[in-house]
Design a protein around this ligand. Structure first.
Ligand code: IPM
Ligand code: MN
Length: 372
């Protein structure tokens, strides 16, 4: 298969983790005889520095003419600490999502058996957790009308949803449930919010087309509690934009590190793949950023094009790296000197040599090839 992939590394640790995902994809292309081309473009704070715009026209144009987008991370402390900044890196990501109509953000959450003891949650609570979060990504409070009074003492953000916006992601969530455990949980705040009541109504209507799927409802406050009390109860979670943002960060604790969570943002025409973590500026260039979320996002990219064996090859290599403790310090109980690049090298090597059993650990620590 020929794929043109736009690579938007962005800020902070974005470039270093994205490099590892690109390495994995290049190894897949060789192994499975595909032709992947990668075209880089700036987004976020680096784009503001270069052009004054967090999403330069050229970057958006590139995204519209490629098959898929691999996204790193955006954000920079110089904007975070300045609430009156009118141009912000995040605007680049939000505009990209909106312009490409990437309305469904899919975030898989899994408790890896190798990492059960890394989570602050008890092992018996998280063991076996396997959730797919469907977060609406182009509507709600993120994109509603914003208001700041002239005296700057009153502000509001409108949370608005239309039936169509709710329907299209709901169909994706129900279809996903049909290939999983046939359960959808809608997370909302229908006891308070009118927009949530619309979600309940529309999702109930959509559910009639999926008789084999059970639909449940949870208020978001209760859902936040259930997520850490009993995460195994969830199969597919369906929710609006901001609740999905919050619940997915919370859910990342189950996996042991936010550095493991990948995501796919899809619409009718375009698709983008990105780790759910942010730009982690404190770690930039230190080689401590976990590249697995980005590498697993590359696996989701392959799945999007029905390249399931290829995606599995990446996932197996990731599992192997976890098993052998070839991981960055955030999840490594054994070694503290495995860098972002070394994890990427190992995964790249393992993709090319999946049956290799003679792994040379010493070389990993010497920074040489991981497989002899
Ligand atoms: C995410 C991020 C973004 C969001 C930020 C960077 C705008 O937190 O992808 O979850 O809130 O959607
Ligand atoms: Mn977030």
């Amino acid at each position: 298969m020929k794929l043109n992939i736009a690579v938007l590394p962005g800020d902070g640790i974005g470039p270093e983790v994205t490099d590892q995902a690109v390495k994995a994809l290049k190894a897949i292309a060789i192994e499975f005889d595909h032709s992947f081309t990668f075209t880089y473009a700036p987004v976020g704070a680096v784009a503001i520095d270069e052009t004054g715009d967090p999403l330069p026209e050229q970057t958006l144009d590139l995204c519209k003419t490629t098959d898929a987008i691999l996204f790193g991370a955006i954000g920079d402390p110089k904007y975070d600490n300045n609430p009156s900044a009118t141009i912000r890196p995040e605007q680049g990501l939000l505009k990209l999502r909106k312009s490409l109509q990437l309305f469904a953000n899919i975030r898989p959450v899994k408790a890896y058996s190798q990492l059960l003891e890394k989570s602050p949650l008890k092992e018996h609570i998280i063991k076996g957790t396997d959730i797919s979060i469907y977060r609406e990504l182009t509507g709600g409070i993120y994109f509603g009308e914003k208001y700041l009074s002239d005296d700057k003492n009153t502000a509001s953000d409108l949370c608005e949803y239309s039936r169509l916006e709710i329907e299209r992601i709901s169909h994706l969530a129900f279809k996903a449930a049909q290939s999983r455990s046939f359960n959808v949980t809608l997370i909302d705040k229908a006891n308070v919010l009118e927009s949530s009541r619309l979600w309940r109504k529309v999702v109930n209507d959509v559910a009639k087309e999926y008789q084999d799927v059970t639909l449940e409802f949870l208020f978001v406050d209760n859902a936040a509690m259930q997520m850490i009390l009993n995460p195994k109860q969830f199969d597919v979670i369906l929710t609006e934009n901001m609740f999905g943002d919050i619940i997915s960060d919370e859910a990342s604790v189950i996996g042991g590190s936010i550095g493991l969570l990948a995501s796919a943002s899809v619409g009718d025409k375009y698709a983008m793949f990105e780790p759910i973590h942010g730009s982690y500026p404190q770690a930039k260039g230190k080689g401590i950023a976990n590249p697995i979320a980005s590498i697993l996002s590359a696996a989701m990219l392959l799945e999007h094009f029905n390249l399931q064996s290829e995606a599995n090859r990446i996932k197996n290599a990731v599992e192997k790296s976890l098993k052998l403790h070839i991981t960055t310090p955030d999840i490594n109980a054994k070694y503290d000197n495995v860098t972002t690049g070394k994890v990427g090298d190992f995964i790249e090597d393992f993709i090319s040599n999946p049956n290799e059993t003679n792994l040379n650990f010493t070389n990993i620590h010497l920074g040489q090839s991981t497989i002899i």
